[in-house]
Design a protein around this ligand. Structure first.
Ligand SMILES: Nc1ncnc2c1ncn2[C@@H]1O[C@H](COP(=O)(O)OP(=O)(O)OP(=O)(O)O)[C@@H](O)[C@H]1O
Ligand SMILES: [Mg+2]
Length: 271
């Protein structure tokens, strides 16, 4: 039976969709049958980051509304056999995402997959609530800045009060902290928050630290999860995070950000 993991944050633009694609790909690379679901109705970014936007015929909302079968909406990744994507719709009607509908779809997926990864929209409204409600575990994506940490803290509160597990009095949703866009040089200058300070405020286990990396933008422009770019430090950080998500004990590394300065670019030297 699949584990349901929500990738959430509260704050927008911190790297949820990037992380959903990267973690989904990483799990599939490790032989786990994985499906990634886009809960960001209206924006619909996950299929773009996965490079399958032209293959979308039916979506999550069509399935919920009974206009398509789940099998018709699922897109099999062409690079990774074990990975499927359930894209969402660009409709402006956010109410289309109903709790009963979501539950029905998750129930159907649960028997077939090892992991179901839910890409949450920003904020703490309906879409974010739907993405987290049925979760067993949560990856709380946080940038090393005060506003992001504060929003992650609010999301942790919601996970422990407004999830199905909380309402049923079951074991709570297991949270993991994924720090993204981390830049040790800016931390040293006091422009960004230190890992230890963030851990002290949020006090949840650290899943990984993904450095600020141009490889992320490159991967998203190519429609490839960054995990497939094994040479990039962001890709390596996601590979490590996936191992930890699977329960392996590996030390957290702070990989340096990759930057290609103007001179390096002019001289054509690798970063
Ligand atoms: N480690 C990273 N290094 C550099 N850029 C990054 C990194 N992670 C994410 N980004 C960039 O940050 C932007 C936001 O990323 P993404 O879309 O994954 O965030 P999000 O949390 O899903 O946003 P939203 O809240 O709008 O759904 C993108 O342009 C992405 O390329
Ligand atoms: Mg997103």
């Amino acid at each position: 039976m699949a584990k349901i993991i929500v990738v959430t944050s509260g704050k927008g633009g911190v790297g949820k969709t990037t992380s959903t694609a990267a973690i989904g790909a990483g799990l599939a690379m490790r032989g786990k049958k994985t499906v990634i679901i886009d809960f960001d109705v209206g924006l619909r970014n996950l299929d773009m980051i996965m490079g399958c936007e032209r293959r979308v015929v039916f979506d999550f909302i069509n399935v919920i509304q009974g206009d398509a079968k789940l099998k018709q909406a699922l897109i099999k990744d062409r690079r990774l056999d074990n990975l499927s994507i359930l894209p969402t719709s660009q409709t402006r009607d956010k109410d289309a995402l109903t709790r009963d509908g979501v539950e029905k779809v998750l129930k159907e997926l649960r028997d077939e997959y090892d992991y179901i990864i839910c890409d949450s929209p920003a904020g703490i409204e309906r879409g974010a609530h739907m993405a987290m409600y049925f979760a067993d575990e949560a990856v709380v994506v946080t940038n090393p800045e005060v506003s992001s940490v504060r929003d992650s803290d609010r999301v942790l509160g919601l996970l422990s009060s407004k999830s199905r597990r909380a309402e049923k009095g079951e074991e709570p949703v297991k949270p993991h902290l994924l720090l993204t866009r981390y830049d040790p040089a800016r931390v040293a200058k006091g422009e960004m928050m230190k890992v230890e300070d963030i851990l002290e405020i949020l006090s949840i286990p650290l899943l990984g630290i993904v450095p600020e990396s141009p490889a992320v933008l490159k991967a998203s422009n190519l429609g490839t999860p960054v995990t497939l770019d094994a040479n990039s430090n962001a890709g390596k950080a996601y590979v490590d995070a996936v191992s930890r998500l699977m329960g392996e004990q590996i030390e957290v590394r702070v990989l340096p950000p990759e930057r290609r300065g103007l001179f390096q670019r002019l001289l054509g030297r690798p970063a």
